[in-house]
Ligand binder design. Structure first.
Ligand SMILES: *Cc1c(COP(=O)(O)O)cnc(C)c1O
Length: 214
């Protein structure tokens, strides 16, 4: 509200990696509708254990190995980490088998940190053009992970650049491709991300406290 955004247009994804099902259930009772996990195994295990599972949207936010797509293709509503053609091929194959269109975001490594997955900014257009031939994959926007900075102000350029990239893709008016979502911002930097146009934020620590591992 401080920057003139409508709170209704921003989706809070509760990142529940490592969090037990009973804690997740408390969050769900409090109104959480979107669950983010970064491991296929955790989605498989928790999907049918939590309350109201069928009313939740499950988000795959972590690196996705192609050989594991088959375990979650029927369970997730948005994959935030599409970053290579081999994964697109597998998503197309598995989505088609179950007659589903799978919604995806392209993961972009804006900061070009070696340790992070995602396409480089200047690879995205070409990638999108090659994925657009896969009828069972819908590209719905972009996702990025900013590097950690004590002072989150230092991450602002990352969010600005992702927003600019999404606007330049939108201007190309590809059919099949929507730049509806910008998934950016975590516990440490979500305020900056929202100021720069995020409409999906992925929050773990801020909701559930410190995790033992990342
Ligand atoms: C763990 C994780 C988050 C949440 O991080 P917090 O700092 O705990 O809010 C968000 N996005 C991705 C991709 C993650 O792996």
């Amino acid at each position: 509200m401080r920057v003139g955004r409508d709170p209704e247009e921003i989706t809070l994804v509760a990142v529940t990696k490592t969090i037990d099902v009973d804690i997740m259930n408390q969050a769900i009772k409090l109104g959480i509708k979107n669950i983010g996990e970064n491991r296929v195994q955790e989605i498989q295990r928790k999907h049918d254990l939590v309350i109201d599972s069928e009313k939740l949207n499950w988000h795959m936010i972590g690196h996705l190995q192609s050989n594991k797509v088959k375990y979650i293709i029927d369970k997730v509503s948005l994959i935030h980490s599409l970053d290579r053609i081999s994964l697109a091929k597998e998503l197309q194959k598995r989505a088609k088998q179950i007659n589903k269109c799978i919604d995806t975001l392209i993961q972009v490594n804006i900061s070009e940190e070696q340790t992070k997955f995602g396409l480089k900014k200047d690879e995205v257009i070409k990638f999108i053009e090659s994925v657009s031939k896969y009828n069972n994959i819908k590209i719905k926007g972009l996702m990025t992970i900013a590097p950690y900075h004590e002072n989150s102000e230092n991450t602002r350029y990352v969010f600005k650049q992702l927003k600019e990239l999404s606007e330049s893709i939108e201007a190309k008016k590809y059919k099949n491709i929507e730049m509806k979502y910008l998934s950016m911002g975590m516990t440490n930097d979500y305020e900056i991300a929202i100021e720069e146009g995020a409409n999906i934020v992925r929050i773990g620590t801020g909701l559930f406290g410190k995790r033992i591992y990342k």
